[in-house]
Design a protein around this ligand. Structure first.
Ligand SMILES: C[S@@+](CC[C@H](N)C(=O)[O-])C[C@H]1O[C@@H](n2cnc3c(N)ncnc32)[C@H](O)[C@@H]1O
Ligand code: SF4
Length: 395
């Protein structure tokens, strides 16, 4: 069975491609490790929030619609799939009404495995969704429980099956590595499972112990211990090797994809292209200016409803040093690497000359390689000390 989206306001080509990110800050419960802006929320919170999102879309569309065309839409969270389907349907309908969206646009929704059924997925696809990013995190039930996840591995499998029944192949799975009590055998099992399931895109995030999370207080109180750094490094190296053997391309530090399944939306972020963020705490980057929305849901609502104003909390035009830093930081995460010619063209200086000794030292240590077409590309060992590399290149 295959269905396609209908009645969309789309355009073929454009000069100024934008990515559009829409934040849905509601989850069924809060995971122990998560510091994303998300909350459980009441039915009336949700209703009000979606009406505010549409108001924000309308204001932003007046500013940008004439000069942009949307090449990617990403509905992230929180858990967008925890919402009743009609919220997502109406949200996408408002996007298509207010922005010119390319007919080739990648349209992703983040899904938690136990929050969808056949009807929801059908509605998402009819509304325009063509890519699903599913948070699996682990295949070990004990670790899922410790994380505060409310789904089982079987829920993931069921979700994938339904999505595929509708003819959608573009599926991604999120996995966390380095969680307390997680062992190499767990990572092996999770990777083998995803390979067997033929999931074409896998994101593996190394655990960040974030301030304000339950996990952080448990670690600080000594109630729970983290795996050794060396063990986490071995887990990451295993992931890289096993996925490379299965023809997944590591196109970014944490992201692995089969041919033609790289996330177009993520690539917008890493290549410093324009993206507009809508919703609570959403970030935007447009023509060298970064801005971000308030993280306070009451303020978000009041600004839009009472003043008809954008809920922007901070805005900054990046100075040349900040732009250089971003260039280095983002490009080194990717497989394409840091293009030395492009850097010279944009900043009028040669990074290779300026950081000659440091770059030579890093090449010797096999943290980076200098390709024939003048790009600095991180090796696996380099990725493991990426922050240090960035620090040395920007200082
Ligand atoms: C926006 S979040 C959550 C999306 C969705 N609600 C879910 O839980 O699957 C996207 C991904 O970030 C990762 N993530 C969240 N918090 C993390 C942390 N503290 N450390 C590492 N990865 C994290 C998880 O893999 C998660 O799936
Ligand atoms: S990881 Fe996902 S489901 Fe869990 S609290 Fe964060 S956003 Fe919500």
């Amino acid at each position: 069975m295959s269905i396609s989206r209908i009645g969309l306001n789309v355009i073929e080509n454009s000069k100024n491609d934008f990515g559009l990110y829409i934040h849905i800050p509601f989850c069924e419960s809060k995971c122990e490790y998560c510091s994303f802006v998300s909350m459980v929320g009441t039915a009336s919170d949700k209703k009000r929030y979606f009406s505010d999102l549409v108001a924000e879309i309308k204001i932003q569309s007046h500013k940008f619609r004439k000069n942009c065309s949307i090449s990617s839409v990403y509905i992230g969270g929180g858990t967008p799939s925890s919402m009743d389907y009609y919220y997502i349907r109406d949200l996408l309908s408002s996007v298509f009404k207010n922005f010119p969206v390319k007919n080739t646009a990648e349209i992703t929704i983040e899904v938690n495995p136990n929050t969808v059924d056949k009807n929801k997925i059908r509605e998402y696809i009819l509304a325009g969704v063509n890519r699903f990013s599913i948070g699996l995190q682990s295949t070990n039930p004990k670790i899922l429980k410790a994380m505060g996840r409310t789904h089982k591995v079987a829920d993931f499998e069921k979700t994938v099956k339904i999505i595929r029944e509708f003819g959608i192949k573009n599926i991604s799975a999120d996995v966390i590595i380095g969680y307390p009590k997680q062992k190499m055998s767990d990572i092996k099992e999770t990777m083998q499972y995803l390979i067997k399931m033929e999931i074409p895109h896998i994101s593996t995030y190394m655990l960040q112990v974030e301030n304000g999370t339950k996990l952080k207080s448990m670690v600080d109180n000594g109630m729970i211990g983290l795996p050794d750094d060396d063990d986490v490094i071995d887990m990451y190296k295993y992931v890289c090797t096993v996925l490379a053997n299965e023809n997944y391309n590591r196109y970014e530090l944490s992201n692995f994809a089969k041919e033609n399944f790289e996330s177009q939306h993520n690539k917008i972020y890493w290549s410093r292209k324009n993206y507009l963020g809508i919703g609570l705490a959403a970030h935007s980057y447009i023509n060298g200016i970064r801005f971000s929305n308030t993280e306070n849901i009451v303020e978000y609502a009041e600004l839009l409803e009472e003043k008809g104003e954008l809920p922007v909390a901070s805005s900054k035009a990046l100075n040349p040093d900040e732009r250089k830093e971003e260039f280095i930081m983002l490009s080194l995460r990717t497989k394409t690497g840091l293009d030395l010619e492009a850097y010279k063209e944009e900043f009028g200086e040669s990074l290779l000359t300026k950081k000659k000794d440091i770059i030579a030292k890093m090449i010797k240590a096999e943290y980076i390689i200098l390709t024939k077409d003048n790009k600095l590309v991180c090796t696996t060992d380099g990725y493991l000390v990426l922050n240090q590399i960035i620090l040395e290149l920007v200082s």
